[in-house]
Structures are given as structure tokens and as C-alpha cells.
Design a binder for this molecule. Sequence first.
Ligand code: PLP
Length: 431
Amino acid sequence: MVDVQDKQFETKCVRGGYDPGVGEPVVPPITPSVAYRYETTEQVHELFDLEREGYFYSRIENPTTSVVEKRVAMLDGGVGALMTSSGQAANLFAILNIASNGDHIVAARNLYGGTVNLFTHRLKEYGISTTFIDNSSDYDAVVAAIKPNTKAVFTETLSNPTLSMTDLEVWAKAAHDNDVLFVVDNTFPTPFFCRPIDFGADVVTYSSTKYLDGHALEVSGMIVDSGKFGFENAYRNSGRYSSLVEPDQTYKGVSYTKKFGEAAYIVKARVQLMRDLGATPSPFSAFLLGNGLQTLGLRMERHYSNAQAVAKFLENNPQVEHVNFPALDTDPNNALAKKYLPKGCAGVLSFVVKGGRESAGRVINAFKLVNIEVNVAEIRSCALHPATSTHRQMSDTELKDAGIEPGLIRLSVGLENIDDILEDVKRALEE
Ligand code: PLP
């Protein structure tokens, strides 16, 4: 038996969450079972009262899914994780776990378009309102947006698609000084390049569809709980988070904070939200995600070095107005990148071509090796025109606010040989 909790990142990627005994398979098996056998009804009662740990129905927990949940929690330095059926569901659950009708959240304006949609329209329909602020906002601006009914402050480590950054420690302090939970979507850097919990994030979310899997084989999400947020303190100070502290009548009056301590948030997300809303991933998706995670460190290093080469080429190209890639010395986020992403940022960059919307379309159409793909952060290089795809629902003003210019191209640099990638990008720009 090998305990990898204190080992290095790559070791956790390969071995975390699964420790086979003698004669057991080295590859975590896929367990497609919906249910699990018990011997007495009393045992089942205990499960339903949260008095007994154990698998009982795969909507809530499954052995294959547990392996990747433990692995990602370990990589991020959290006390636990919950895998969801998509990244959208992860962000939805991260908020619904602490906010309900009448509540409010503060979010960065330039988030992934799907998250902006979710917060602006769907959450509003459920009675949760959002104040959007710039992700460059300082302490005072974050505090000014927080209201008595604010339950979360939300941002992305690296925004999709503009690759701009938030000063995580400043936002964490502004949230915590006001007894508010700080949630960070860390999809692009992955825990290889940044562990937001180390900088004050209370909850970290992922579209694990992206780099964590990395091969574009399945859609899934992940919520990681730092276990550090003081829900009971916040409840005492400001009445927030009663649903974590006060009895849940659907579990015979259990108080999550009293019974589960530092794991209160993630246990509640699983046994309450997953039970009732059911955004459950399939064990096969969990198996594929686990396979992808094994090479996360290796892949991220190469994605990043390939993207660096492309960013440097684009920066000096006369057809290009500017490049968004925080690792470039000339990028306005470079100082933040040095602090929060010292080893590198990701394989995704975006750039604005001269000639606006039409030129951007022509460049993308001229790519041969680079796929046109409604995806990002996978082994194949792929490109997309955000203004007419992922952010299509936004008005011109919203696009401008989110920093998405008509000529912006998002390029996700893959793991093909860098000479082949550069040749394709050069040729497309020349054409
Ligand atoms: N968060 C970010 C930063 C994303 O880029 C995406 C999707 O692109 C999502 C969340 C949503 O994830 P999914 O597509 O897995 O539902």
C-alpha cells in the first residue's frame, strides 16, 4: 500500500485516489453498478440517516467516480471533491449549495459565456441575482458589490477567452472580511499551474471536460472544497449559510457543519444537491477522466511550451493587433501571472487580428491542422471565434465589457509537434 498524499504532483496524478491491494487490478476498474448490496434494513436506515459511510445508490456516489474525486481533491489541496455531469453543473451546484431564492452573488464580468448565461438568466429565474464586476477590481470594488444577502464571490483564475486574471488574494480577503465564500473556476490553469486554495479560494470548480481529461473524451465537472471556510462563524456574524448550519429535515435534522466539520460543504453538495438534482456523471466518464489525469502534469508542460512559442510568433506578426497570454512580458496580466502562475499558465491564448470580424473568420477558415472546434484545452490544436460562437448570446456592449473584440480568435494549442502548429498558424495568417 502506498500513501501518495505527501508525494509530488505527478505521483498523485498517476496514483492518487486508488491503492490496489494484493492481486487487485492496477487500473481502477469501471463499476457500472447502480446499487450496492446490504444485509439488513437497519444498515440501509443508517445510510439514509448519514450515520453510516458507504455506497448505496450511484446517483450520489460510485466507486469509479470516487477515485477521480479523491485524486483531484488531493491535487488541489482540498478536503473533498464532487464530480458532476458537466462543468456547467459544477458551477451551478457550487452556487446552489449556499444560495437560494432571494440571495445574491458577485461575479467577474468576463467569465466563460456559459457561466455568464447561467448567472445572468437561469439563476435570476431561481431568484438569485448577480452583480458583475471587472475581474481586475480592487479590494474596495469587491467589497462595494457585496450586499447583506451576498453568498458568493466568483471568478476564473484565467478568464475564457480573454486570458485575463484576478488578484485572487485580494478578492479572497474582500470576500472573507465580509463572511462571504470565494469560489474560483480554475479550468484553464488546472492544479498543475495554480492551486487557488493556496491563495484563499474556499471552493474550486472545473470543467473537467477540458485539461483535466485533456483528450476531449467526456463531459464532466468537478467541485473541490478547501474545507477552510468558517460557515459557523459567518452564520453567527451575519446569519449567512443557515442551510449548512441549521438542521436539514430531509436527513432527520442533521447539521452539516456539526456532523461533517470541515467537509460540510462538499458532503452537503453530494447528499443534498446530487440526491435532489441528480447531475450525476457516468462511471465510464469517471474512468476516462481518471486516465486523462494520469498525464496531467506532462501534458500541461507541453501545452504551455507550445503555446509560448505560438504566442511569441503572434506577438511579432504584423497581421496581429495584440495577443492575450499572461506569460508574455508585454501582457497586462504578466505581474499577476508571475505571482499566481509562476510555472506557466495554460495552452490557451487568444489574439486579435487586424481587420476585425471578417479577417478573424478568414484566418480561422484557412487553418488546416488547427481544428475549428467548439472546445478548448485538449490534445488537438483548435480555434474558435468567440464573438460568433461561445459568446454569441451577448450584446455588443456585453461583448465589449467582457473584452471580446470582433477580431478575437481563441487558439487552444495542442500537443502536435510545435513546428507543424507554427507552420499552420503562419500560413493561415499569410493567406
Ligand atoms: N468553465 C469554464 C472556464 C469553461 O471554459 C467551460 C466550458 O467551456 C465551463 C465552465 C463549462 O463546462 P462544460 O462544458 O464541461 O459544461
